[in-house]
Design a protein around this ligand. Structure first.
Ligand code: B12
Length: 461
């Protein structure tokens, strides 16, 4: 994933270290994913820095590694804590096995500093809302924690990031930053863990605070491209209109990469120019796997809408990316071909062909869970098939997914979605760039290349 999408920022760790530091704890961040660190290197870092608490964030495919890491570094006087989507739901499964002392359930900015304080003072962790731990062979889940009130004032520990500079592959050489402008997602897609984690709720930050944070990312950290890590920044049309207008006025010179969906793009079809003026250059369009099993009119309507949304984005100078799912229980080589044809008909700038990966804590598990043939979560990465189709072998699914990727890429070779001047960069086709270096690679023309390293990394203690 890191190879194909570049190293994105571990924003959860930036939030958690920010909140913990504001509460008086010394923190450091290790971005193992971006730096490609293995267990031995991580153990060495833990030995050398001797933290009292090791906190690990992982989604489902990363969770076995998180568990192994905790087992290795847990020691007398050293507590291990995990959090994130997988930990929030699956704690009854892994806590009894030892290795992990605490799981934080849901948002961590309030819970983690409270837990650290309790570990420091020796108070009873059972009083802390939103955690789980094992005790005497049983798993204790404390009271649920109410959702974080305002998302605006959450402190961020940008200076502790140690994996950068981060890059967005659609803009080679650019400095990538990240933000969340909202939390949760109102779309309630049956396969998505975001909808499950926040129960279909969606909370927005104020336009002022998002604009201010983007300004500081640009001004203080020299960021050029910002990835919005929230799945639905444009969910509220009026608020997104206010945000895009504000950003267009501010003219920060930032380029924005956001997630959205067909309905929102079509809702804003007439004002997509404004999205672009605000800096939006790339939209990831969320598609639930069930959309690849629609039939009849619903299927034709979805295709027509999808294609129209892509065309509208393209007309506004915005590139698009979306996923077409394969590996359903009823999959056959013929249905895979249909999916590839659908992807070509939608015609996004970048199509992904992930394999169906039901997660045990989403509503889709009820439908597809019985077809899942492994509980080795390392394979729940949307690349290794975990669902066995009735009429196909697992390796056939994997090779057909690869074939789809190649065929889609091949069909798009040499095409330029923005018309004249657009250039090709990796899997993306990005907007015209201002200059080229001698190698012919796109580079940015602004003063950015002379700037000191961004997200400066203080030497490790
Ligand atoms: C950025 C991103 C990435 C980046 C990760 C960069 C990084 N170093 O973190 C990259 C591109 C590498 C990536 C890869 C993948 N991703 Co991803 N990614 C995201 C994305 C868009 C944003 C995550 C984020 O920053 N959120 C903002 C932070 C603030 O929120 P948060 O992470 O939820 O953290 C909060 C709580 O969960 C909790 N918390 C989290 N960790 C911890 C740890 C501790 C100790 C504590 C106390 C609390 C805590 O506190 C935080 C603050 O409240 C999410 C979608 C989303 N909006 O979350 C998908 C998402 C997490 N990814 C997903 C998927 C499927 C993948 C891939 C499998 C894709 C692929 N096919 O390869 C890989 C898996 C990589 C791996 N080995 O795990 C799924 C997760 C499915 C699942 N449940 O496992 C998501 C939800 C997208 C989706 N809707 O399907 N991803």
């Amino acid at each position: 994933m890191v190879e194909s999408t570049g190293a994105w920022l571990p924003l959860a760790l930036v939030h958690l270290a920010g909140a913990s530091r504001a509460a008086g704890h010394d923190c450091s961040i290790v971005d193992a994913l971006a730096k490609g660190l293995g267990f031995e290197e991580l153990e060495r870092i833990v030995r050398e820095t001797a933290p009292d608490v090791v906190c690990v964030s992982a989604s489902t495919p990363g969770f076995p590694a998180a568990l192994e890491l905790c087992r290795r570094v847990r020691a007398p006087g050293r507590t291990t804590v995990v959090g994130g989507i997988h930990a929030s739901f699956m704690y009854p499964e892994f806590l009894p096995g030892g290795g992990i002392d605490f799981a934080v359930v849901g948002e961590g900015e309030e819970t983690l500093p409270e837990l650290l304080r309790s570990l420091e003072t020796g108070s009873d962790p059972a009083r802390i809302a939103g955690i789980a731990f094992a005790l005497g062979g049983r798993v204790i889940r404390t009271a649920p924690r109410p959702r974080t009130g305002s998302l605006d004032p959450l402190p961020k520990a940008w200076d502790l990031l140690d994996g950068g500079p981060y890059r967005w592959p659609g803009r080679p050489g650019s400095i990538l930053g990240a933000i969340t402008s909202s939390r949760g997602c109102p779309r309630r897609c049956r396969s998505c863990s975001e909808a499950a984690l926040y129960d279909g709720s969606w909370r927005k930050r104020s336009v002022d605070s998002v604009a201010y944070e983007l300004t500081t990312l640009r001004r203080d950290h020299g960021v050029e491209v910002v990835a919005f890590h929230d799945p639905a920044p444009a969910a509220d049309g009026a608020r997104f209109a206010e945000l895009t207008s504000r950003l267009a006025e501010l003219d920060l010179g930032l380029e924005l990469v956001i997630w959205s969906c067909v309905e929102e793009v079509l809702r804003d079809e007439a004002v997509l120019e404004r999205w672009r003026q605000a800096g939006v250059i790339h939209v990831g369009i969320c598609r639930d796997p069930s959309e690849d099993r629609l039939v009849g009119d619903a299927r034709s309507r979805a295709l027509a809408d999808g294609h129209r949304a892509i065309r509208a984005l393209r007309a506004a100078g915005i590139t698009s990316e979306t996923s077409f799912w394969i590996g359903f229980p009823d999959e056959t080589p013929g249905t895979v071909e249909e999916t590839l044809a659908r992807a070509l008909a939608w015609d996004p700038d970048l199509a992904r062909f992930p394999v169906l990966t039901p997660l045990p804590y989403t509503p889709a598990w009820r439908t597809w869970g019985p077809h899942v043939v492994t509980r080795d979560y390392r394979h729940f990465n949307q690349v290794d098939p975990v669902v066995k189709p009735l009429a196909m072998e697992l390796d056939e699914v994997a090779s057909m997914a690869e074939r789809c990727r190649r065929s889609f890429g091949g069909a798009r070779t040499g095409r330029s979605p923005q018309g004249g001047g657009a250039r090709s960069a990796g899997p993306w086709v990005v907007h015209p760039v201002e200059t080229t270096d001698t190698s012919g690679e796109p580079v940015l023309a602004r003063d950015d290349l002379d700037r000191p390293p961004l997200f400066p990394h203080p030497p490790r203690p």
